[in-house]
Design a protein around this ligand. Structure first.
Ligand code: PEP
Length: 273
C-alpha cells in the first residue's frame, strides 16, 4: 500500500515576528520535533525578513521542518522594487511558497491570473506552491461555494502543474481569523469537489495532490477537521504563533493519518491491482 499524500501542516506567520520571538518559537518547535517526530510534513512560513534566520534555526534544507515563503513575484528578476523572486526564495532555503492567500487577493487585489503567473515562477524555481482558494461569507450565503473555489482553482493553476507537485489550500475567507469554521461535513464536500475537479484536470496524478484546510484551526478542533476525507493537513495562521497549540495540531494530524492508495490502473480491459 502506498501513502500518496503524506499530511502537511503549514504555519503561516503572516506579518508577525521579530528575530528574537521568531527564533524562540522555531527552536521550541525543532526541540519538540526532535524528541517526538510526527509522521507528517511540517512547514513554517515566516515573514520574508526572517527567512534566512529561521531557515538556519530549522537546520537548513535537511531539517525536519521545512521553510516556506508567503508570496513570490511572477517574474524571476528585474526592476520590480520591493518584490521577491521565486529563485531568491529557493536560494534562501525555501521549499514551499503560499500563493493567492485571501489576504493577498484582498489587500493587494491579486487576481487568479496573477496567482497563476506566480505559481508558474515558483514551479520553475523548484518551489512547491500552496495555492489558496476560498469563498467569502456572501458567496457562501448565496450557495456559490463550490462554483467559486472550482473557478479560482481553474484560473490559478498553471499548465506546468500537470507534471509537477503542488498543494491546494481551501480557506473560506469568513473562517480566517474569525474563530468560526465550516462543519467537517461542509469541509468534506468542498474537498471532495476539489479532488473531483483535479481528477478531471490531472487524471491519476490528482490522487497525489495534498488538499489542506485552513481557517481558525486550533488544538481543539484539529482532530475533527483533519479526520475528514480528502483533508491532507492544514494551513494554520493564528495558532501557528503559539508553539504548544501548533504542535497539538501537528500531533492531531499525525494521529488521523490516512493511507491513500495509488488508484488502480486499467490494463487490457482489466483493473490491475
Ligand atoms: C490563514 O490565514 O491562512 C489562516 C488559516 O488563518 P487562521 O488560522 O488564523 O484562521
Amino acid at each position: 500500500m502506498t501513502d500518496l499524500r503524506r499530511p502537511l501542516v503549514a504555519g503561516n506567520w503572516k506579518m508577525n515576528g521579530l528575530r528574537a520571538d521568531g527564533l524562540a518559537r522555531t527552536r521550541a518547535l525543532v526541540d519538540k520535533a526532535g524528541k517526538r517526530p510526527p509522521a507528517i510534513d511540517i512547514l513554517i512560513c515566516p515573514p520574508a525578513t526572517l527567512l534566512t534566520t529561521i531557515g538556519r534555526a530549522l537546520g537548513g534544507r535537511r531539517g525536519a521542518i521545512a521553510l516556506g515563503a508567503q508570496d513570490c513575484a511572477p517574474r524571476t528578476s528585474g526592476a520590480h522594487t520591493g518584490d521577491i523572486a521565486a529563485p531568491m526564495l529557493a536560494d534562501a532555503g525555501c521549499r514551499y511558497v503560499i500563493l493567492g492567500h485571501s489576504e493577498r487577493r484582498g489587500d493587494h487585489r491579486e487576481t487568479s491570473a496573477l496567482v497563476r503567473a506566480k505559481a508558474t515562477a515558483a514551479l520553475d524555481s523548484g518551489l512547491t506552491p500552496i495555492v489558496c482558494v476560498g469563498e467569502t461569507a456572501a458567496q457562501r450565503r448565496a450557495g456559490k461555494t463550490l462554483a467559486v473555489v472550482r473557478n479560482q482553482l481553474a484560473r490559478s493553476l498553471p499548465e506546468a502543474a500537470v507534471a509537477r507537485p503542488f498543494v491546494v489550500a481551501y480557506e473560506p475567507v469568513w473562517a480566517i481569523g474569525s474563530g468560526h469554521t465550516p462543519t467537517p461535513a461542509e469541509v468534506g464536500k468542498v474537498h471532495g469537489a476539489l479532488r473531483a475537479w483535479l481528477e478531471g484536470r490531472l487524471g491519476e496524478r490528482a490522487a497525489a495532490v495534498r488538499l489542506l484546510y485552513g481557517g481558525s484551526v486550533n488544538g481543539a478542533n484539529a482532530q475533527a477537521l483533519m479526520a475528514v476525507a480528502n483533508v491532507d493537513g492544514g494551513l494554520i495562521g493564528g495558532a501557528s504563533l503559539k508553539v504548544d497549540e501548533f504542535w497539538s495540531i501537528c500531533v492531531a494530524t499525525a494521529g488521523n493519518r490516512k493511507t491513500t492508495r495509488r488508484p488502480a490502473r486499467k490494463q487490457g480491459g482489466k483493473v490491475k491491482r
